[in-house]
Design a protein around this ligand. Sequence first.
Ligand code: 8YV
Length: 316
Amino acid sequence: MKKRCLITREQLEPVLDALRETFDLTVGRDPLDEAAAAAALRDYDAIVPTLGDRFTAAAFEAAGEIRCGVLANVGVGYNHIDVEAARAHGVAVSNTPDVLTDATADIGLLLMLGAARRASEGERLVRAGEWKGFGPKTMLGTDVSGKVLGVAGFGRIGQAVARRGHLGFGMEVLYWNRSAKDPGFPARKVETLEELAARVDFLVVCLPGGKETVGVVGAGVFAAMKPESIFVNIARGEIVDEAALIEALESGAIAGAGLDVYAQEPFVPERLRACERCFLLPHLGSATVETRIAMGMVAVRNARAWADGKALPQAV
Ligand code: 8YV
């Protein structure tokens, strides 16, 4: 008899088909809150969760007798899963690194360009039928090419953003990371996030989510940034003190921001939505057909490895 698997959201067909080959599959609809996560841990052998599900320590506690042996997450970030609690309850966890690096880094560049060149303001103007024609001083932005790029968190995605900035736009790259990295092109490590913030024209957050990084980008970081500089976040909203960011935008302490992630998605504060010089996207980092299929297939491989009694290739 096939093992029971729950995929918590409707992923693309090839992913569902691949899971059906191995499992008796149930496809969920909405993100799992703690109670639903606890019930799923009780009822299924394998679970394929994603962003928005809440596999917290409380969910593991509430589950009582746990049937589930694997959480094969679709996503590189897994801060919605308490990995320690999973381990304590004998549940293996995997993620989907590498396959989404390019798509997510591309969004980083889109946000840098969009915020610097005032893309959404311009688009809104045209769509509203309010464009009065070319003007030498109309809607001037700032250059991206040749500027200084600062990357906070120099893992796979951070390095991919930096590579695009350096090779595509001739940017000088500085980064802040626990350990020094050699990305294969010139990039200098700085010792503190504040120093990075003070020295760059674009500050792009690529740090992992989770308890250790909540609120690390706070008022001090924005105060250190140059008034002409642009802030970008493609990581997790909780890393940034959103109130401090809004303050910095409203006071002109920074020139603009490009955001793909927010502290309490899908809620985006009204004051943030009112900031003209913000380029706002609804968490699209990995949202391409190719990338979502690739991510799903990595999760399938991990779920299957577990079903075959093998080590998970992308265990976390
Ligand atoms: C995904 C992400 O959209 O992988 C991650 O950590 O944040 C995003 O690229 C998300 O995980 C849902 O698949």
